[in-house]
Design a protein around this ligand. Sequence first.
Ligand SMILES: [Zn+2]
Length: 212
Amino acid sequence: MTYLTRTPDLVKPLARDLLWHGSRQGRSLHLTFDDGPIPEVTPWVLDRLSEHGAKATFFCVGRNAADHPAILDRIRAEGHAVGNHTWDHANGWSTTGRAYLRSVLACDAVVGSRLFRPPYGRITRGQVSALKKRFRIVMWDVLSADFDTTIDGARCVDNMVRHVRPGSIVVLHDSLKAWDRLRIALPRALEHFSREGYSFVPLGASTSGAPA
Ligand SMILES: [Zn+2]
């Protein structure tokens, strides 16, 4: 598996239509949770966030949101943002433009958000063009790598502590695959960044990244 826990600066100018981080002014941190909502993990995440008065953004798979409407309602009721992560976790690089758009719109019918994150971060120029008028396309600048089954939760904390800066958008997953690491990493990250004076802020359609 190859990935970088911090997005290289060189990539960013090539993709100005995408949001990579929020404002570097102040001390906001944007935690994002992809691939839920599911009953095994998402309510636990909401409980941990609540303990710290933290607000986050949940990029929901449409199929999961349709299966678990009560959890989707709880996410919204507790002041978090929701975003679109396609209906079935579609891979933009191996899905035609038309099929990709269908998957995004099917998710939109359930999730109804102006925020969109492409699964795997894989999206083509054409797909960006088709979506950018209607959606704020959200990437990230820090990966916890909680999806990586070869590392432990402490390493995920380390990935975040090393790379987070004001305005960072951090990727976590409310998924079964990430659970072994998330259950260790999330409480520690919330403790750490609270101590550092960060506030945990949900993304909005108007969130913009000031020049770094
Ligand atoms: Zn995903």
